[in-house]
Ligand binder design. Structure first.
Ligand code: GTP
Ligand code: MG
Length: 245
C-alpha cells in the first residue's frame, strides 16, 4: 500500500518563498550549464569521430518536498543553508551512454573542464552495489554567474549505459512496490539480471570494437557506427520520471 503523507511529514520552511525560489533558480541554471557542456562534448565527438557517445541526457530539479524529506531523514532543520550543505542531488543530470567505455570518456572530459570542481565520485561500475546497481556518480560544482555575484552550485551527474539504466529503472520500481523490502527471491533474480547487464555491456563493447576495426580498414560505411544515421548534431533531452529519485 502507498504511504499516506502524515502531518509531521509536511515541511516547515525556515526561509521565505522568495529565498527558496532563488535557491532553486541556481540549481536549475546549474542543470542547464551541465547539460549544455554534455551536448557540446557529444556534438564534438559526432563531428570528429562520426560517433555520438551520449544516447540521451535527462535532468530533474528536486522538489522542495523531496528536499524536506531528505533533510528530515538526516535530522536537519529545513533551511536553505542545510539544503545547500547536505543535499547533493537538488540538481540531477543523468547521462545515458551507448557503451561502458563512453562513461569514462565523458566523465574525464567533464572533470578536466576548468570551471568544474569535483566534490565526490562513486564508481558503482568498478564496485557495483550489493543489489547489483551499476552507474558512475559525480558530485560537481559549477559557477553560476548572477548579476551581482557568482555562486558555485552542486550538481549530481549519473552516467550509465542503456542496459544499466534499464536495470536501475526496474529495480527502482520494485524497491518502491515493496517499500524497500523485496522478497529474497526477487532480489536474487535482480542481482542475476545485473550480471547479465554487465555481460551484455561487455559483449556490445567488443562488437563495437570489431566494427571500428572494420571501419578503420574502410570496409564498412562510417554511418553504420552512428546508430541514428544522422550527421547533424542534435539535442536529445528527456525528463526524468516525476517525483525525483
Ligand atoms: P542518495 O541516495 O541520493 O541519498 O545519496 P547517496 O549518498 O546514497 O548517493 P548515491 O551516489 O549512492 O546515490 C545517488 C542516487 O543514485 C540515488 O538518489 C539514486 O537515484 C541512484 N541510486 C543509488 N543506488 C541505487 C540503487 O540501488 N538502485 C537504483 N535504482 N538507483 C540507485
Ligand atoms: Mg538521490
Amino acid at each position: 500500500m502507498r504511504k499516506v503523507k502524515q502531518m509531521s511529514d509536511l515541511p516547515i520552511y525556515h526561509n521565505n518563498n522568495e529565498e527558496w525560489s532563488q535557491m532553486l533558480l541556481l540549481y536549475d541554471s546549474a542543470i542547464k550549464e551541465i547539460s549544455t557542456k554534455l551536448e557540446i562534448l557529444n556534438n564534438e565527438f559526432k563531428l570528429s569521430h562520426q560517433y555520438n557517445p551520449i544516447e540521451h541526457i535527462s535532468s530533474r530539479l528536486k522538489s522542495s518536498d523531496s528536499i524536506a524529506r531528505k533533510l528530515r531523514r538526516r535530522e536537519k532543520e529545513l533551511t536553505i543553508a542545510n539544503a545547500i550543505q547536505y543535499v547533493n542531488d537538488i540538481a540531477g543530470v543523468r547521462v545515458i551512454c551507448s557503451f561502458s567505455s563512453d562513461i569514462y570518456r565523458i566523465a574525464k572530459a567533464i572533470s578536466s573542464q576548468n570551471d568544474i570542481e569535483i566534490l565526490k565520485i562513486k564508481d558503482y561500475i568498478q564496485n557495483p552495489k550489493e543489489n547489483g546497481y551499476m552507474s558512475y556518480h559525480m558530485i560537481v560544482t559549477i559557477p553560476i554567474f548572477l548579476s551581482e555575484k557568482t555562486v558555485k552550485t552542486k550538481v549530481e551527474i549519473q552516467i550509465r549505459t542503456i542496459a544499466m539504466d534499464f536495470w536501475a529503472s526496474l529495480e527502482h520500481k520494485i524497491y518502491y512496490k515493496f517499500e524497500g523490502k523485496a522478497p529474497h527471491g526477487i532480489r536474487a533474480e535482480l542481482k542475476e539480471c545485473a550480471n547479465i547487464v554487465a555481460f551484455l555491456d561487455e559483449k556490445m563493447l567488443s562488437i563495437n570494437e570489431y566494427v571500428k576495426e572494420y571501419a578503420e580498414k574502410g570496409v564498412v560505411n562510417d554511418m553504420l557506427i552512428d546508430v541514428d544515421g544522422d550527421t547533424k548534431p542534435e539535442k536529445k533531452k528527456k525528463r526524468w520520471r516525476a517525483g525525483g529519485h
